[in-house]
Ligand binder design. Structure first.
Ligand code: G4P
Length: 288
């Protein structure tokens, strides 16, 4: 598979900033992709956010298998997180997330109350790997107020807190984690949902793996979506048939299978091929 390096300098800076920001907060709200709840988490956050209230938001739930999402919510709750699913783009699920945040705040509010501190807001921050929907989430949550603050010239730079309600304030800039892919499956799953820049992904190779996985977990889903049922769907025939069907031809009239592979990846990334969860709770292979 192609080189999948991220800039170490950029990573180090982001991590340092995040560690500083975490110190200012009581609660860490981790955004993950509901299609790959394991691979879209960086487990290092667990040590970075020790002693903080922890919320996990399974975002892009509109792309994921609803039953699998329910199972993941129970899984995270059993592990001591407070979890909820949502679609940050439409705001669907916002109530469940707000309830989750309220539950996570309750302990801190109670602790403050016992110490005689009243009405001190709980401070929270968002974190997650790129493209899971952190900015969309902040916008959905805080509405226009955030965009306004960011766009206004002369706004003092520095930490900005967005008041969500009487109890909770949210840091306006999310903490960025990088994906941790020390095994091939994690890297592939990140590639399937479009986590990597296009240039660094060998598309035909990735789609070959994707098709193999779909054949096992969601047999026929791609054939159905592309209207290729009943054809030979071994990968090279599948990509050839898809290229022909869509008129993706190279100069000499040969089918352009790379373009067909790009289409499949773009459709996957945008959830067009159907609701798919690539990592299931009961799929022990994700846990060492
Ligand atoms: P980030 O800050 O974590 O890097 O992610 P960001 O909010 O930029 O979201 C990445 C992409 O995912 C955006 O799409 C965003 O609209 C989309 N997105 C975020 N949350 C959800 C969700 O729950 N469901 C769906 N379907 N999409 C979501 P984009 O392609 O960059 O832009 P656009 O499609 O919004 O124009």
């Amino acid at each position: 598979m192609a080189d999948l390096h991220w800039y170490p300098g950029h990573m180090t800076r982001a991590t340092r900033e995040m560690k500083e920001d975490i110190k200012l907060t009581d609660m860490v709200i981790e955004i993950i992709d509901a299609r790959i709840p394991v691979s879209s988490r960086n487990p290092d956050i667990d040590s970075m956010a020790q002693n903080k209230s922890r919320v996990v938001v399974l975002n892009k739930e509109d792309f994921a298998d609803p039953k699998a999402t329910e199972e993941w919510i129970s899984y995270f709750e059993e592990k001591g997180f407070i979890a909820a699913a949502m679609n940050a783009k439409t705001g669907n699920g916002m109530k469940a997330v707000k309830d989750a945040i309220a539950r996570a705040s309750a302990a801190k509010i109670e602790r403050d109350r016992k110490r005689g501190i009243l009405n001190r807001p709980v401070r929270a921050m968002i974190c997650g790997i790129p493209n899971v929907g952190k900015s969309t989430f902040i916008n959905a949550f805080a509405g226009r107020a955030v965009a306004k603050t960011g766009n206004k010239p002369g706004v003092t730079r520095g930490k900005q807190w967005i008041r969500l309600n009487k109890q909770v304030e949210l840091l306006d800039t999310p903490g960025i984690l990088w994906p941790k892919f020390d095994d091939k499956l994690t890297a592939l799953h990140l590639a399937f949902i479009g986590s990597f820049k296009d240039e660094i992904v060998e598309k035909v190779e990735v789609v070959t793996e994707l098709k193999e996985e779909m054949d096992k977990s969601y047999p026929g889903i791609l054939e159905k979506y592309y209207g290729l049922e009943g054809e030979n769907t071994e990968i090279s025939s599948f990509l050839t048939a898809l290229a022909n069907k869509r008129g993706f031809l190279l100069k000499g009239g040969e089918p352009d299978i790379t373009k067909a592979a790009s289409l499949v990846l773009d459709d996957m990334k945008n959830g067009r091929t159907g609701r798919i969860t690539l990592e299931k709770v009961n799929d022990g292979k994700f846990f060492k």
